[in-house]
Design a binder for this molecule. Structure first.
Ligand code: NDP
Ligand code: 8X3
Length: 255
């Protein structure tokens, strides 16, 4: 095992029931890591176990909005699954309405999941990570952290938080062996858009119509490459996009 890319390492991946998290869990397992995979959908966790077919995978249900469960989660792990890699991936966007019309319940859910849950799990995991000879925190932010777009409002705000929280974590962790990276993908074809449009698959498919988006596996590959770098190398931020996505000029209201 130890001659494999991630041999001897143990990762906790949140939101591993689909998309980027699932692909990351499988990439790390394939590379010889032990993986704790979490998410809310028990049947998806069972499917992951069936696909992985290895006792190097431990799946546990965890709702990132359940603050007491998140705070106590590290204490529920068997000692042999104490992670030295935390991949804070669980997250979502809900809706694309303008800020004057958006659902406050959607905003609350995005903030609870993408920010509060992530912060609480990180706080719970850090004392354990610091005890390891090497450790990593990979936070999944987004291009939405840096580039605003209409309807991105609270989602973009949560991802900007994740980006800046990552950089501040690195500042606090100077003098430790814990590396911190903010991974900021653009359009990635997962269940993200289906979730954003409340299960409207036709609307979700339209987002990726006529172009080739990133896949969960593409992002997982980048995460794997970051983790495989020598322990003295810290990648602070990685921004990635499909070739067929780019930036817009400033919008101007000419009255
Ligand atoms: P998916 O919808 O495919 O996956 C989202 C994952 O997050 C699922 O496993 C889901 O698990 C989990 N999740 C959502 N809410 C909760 C919750 N309350 N508690 C626990 N887990 C939760 O989308 P992606 O794979 O694309 O999203 C993963 C991350 O990547 C997110 O943080 C997203 O913001 C980010 N991202 C996505 C981009 C994209 O274009 N797809 C681009 C940039 C960033 P379950 O429902 O089982 O709980
Ligand atoms: C997901 C990418 O551009 O849809 O974070 O916000 S985007």
């Amino acid at each position: 095992m130890v001659n494999k890319r991630f041999g001897g390492r143990t990762a906790l991946v949140t939101g591993a029931t689909s998309g980027i998290g699932r692909a990351t869990a499988l990439t790390l397992l394939k590379g010889g890591a032990k993986v704790v995979a979490t998410g809310r959908r028990a049947e998806r966790l069972e499917a992951l176990v069936a696909e992985a077919g290895t006792d190097a995978l431990l799946t546990l249900p965890l709702d990132m909005m359940d603050v007491p469960a998140v705070d106590g989660f590290m204490d529920t792990l068997p000692a042999e699954f104490t992670p030295d890699i935390l991949v804070n991936n669980a997250g979502l966007a809900l809706g694309l309405s303008g800020a004057d019309e958006a659902s406050l319940a959607d905003w609350d859910q995005m903030i609870a999941t993408n920010v509060t849950g992530l912060v609480h799990l990180t706080r719970a995991a850090l004392p354990h990570l610091k005890k390891k000879p090497r450790a990593d925190v990979i936070n999944i932010s987004s291009v939405a952290a840096t580039y605003p777009y209409p309807g991105g409002n609270a989602y973009g705000g949560t991802k900007a938080f994740v980006q800046q929280f990552s950089l501040n974590l690195k500042a606090d962790l100077l003098g430790t062996k814990v590396r911190v990276t903010s991974v900021e993908p653009g359009m990635t074809d997962t269940e993200f858009s289906t979730e954003r449009f409340e299960g409207d698959q036709a609307k979700a498919d339209k987002v990726y119509d006529g172009m080739t988006p990133l896949s969960g596996a593409d992002v997982a590959q980048v995460i794997g490459d970051i983790l495989a770098l020598p322990p003295h190398v810290n990648i602070n931020r990685v921004e990635m996009m499909p070739v067929q996505q780019a930036f817009s000029p400033f919008a101007v209201d000419r009255g």
